[in-house]
Design a binder for this molecule. Structure first.
Ligand code: MN3
Length: 202
């Protein structure tokens, strides 16, 4: 079973003016498509063809660079598109908001810490909000296309929120201004989908 590139859950232009149309077209249609094709090439004719992407990543041999880079790239972008929405932004609600306040002090403190993780990643990588079994939330960052499901990345738990800080995610609109891109992300966060992931994985 080959993996397929999922459609975006909204039109390419829907995230304007925060994420521009051209970047979304290239990011989804070229970058994510390439990770998908290269993931399929990496698992072709192996037993991994019959595994879910989560199973592949959790049991990953980290020295298998084609699988690490492209399996990560496939999963990370699938998640990223789903925690964005043209109707996003604002703050989470209910038990999820209570967990954020409990583990970070307040929503503003969470936002500050998450932004620092995104800003502090030197070069390419991702910032994550993860949930551990039992509901504890954690913020971390990984390099390249690594993610918290993979062994020994320094991140753990299951991601509920993801931010791509590769330059390909923002350079056309924001050039070197990663901080502006991180702020724009907060106008797009689909808190309903993040909350769903929090409940499913805690
Ligand atoms: Mn990307």
């Amino acid at each position: 079973m080959a993996f397929s590139l999922p459609d975006l859950p909204y039109p390419h232009q829907a995230l304007e003016p925060h994420f521009d149309t051209r970047t979304m077209e290239i990011h989804h249609g070229k970058h994510h498509a390439a990770y998908t094709a290269n993931l399929n090439a990496a698992i072709k004719d192996t037993e991994l063809e019959y595994r879910s992407i989560e199973e592949i990543l959790r049991s990953l041999d980290m020295s298998n660079m084609p699988l690490r880079n492209n399996g990560g790239g496939y999963y990370n972008h699938c998640l990223f598109w789903n925690v964005l929405s043209p109707h996003g932004g604002g703050e989470p609600k209910g038990a999820f908001m209570e967990a954020i306040s409990r583990d970070f002090g307040s929503f503003d403190a969470f936002r500050e810490k998450f932004s620092q993780a995104a800003m502090g990643r030197f070069g390419s990588g991702w910032a994550w909000l993860c949930v551990h079994k039992g509901g504890k939330l954690d913020i971390c960052s990984t390099a390249n296309q690594d993610n918290p499901l993979m062994p020994s990345t320094g991140c753990g738990g299951t991601p509920v929120l993801a931010l791509d800080v590769w330059e390909h995610a923002y350079y056309l609109l924001y050039q070197n201004r990663r901080a502006d891109f991180v702020n724009a992300f907060f106008n797009l966060i689909n808190w309903d989908n993040a909350e769903k992931r929090y409940h499913e994985n805690s």
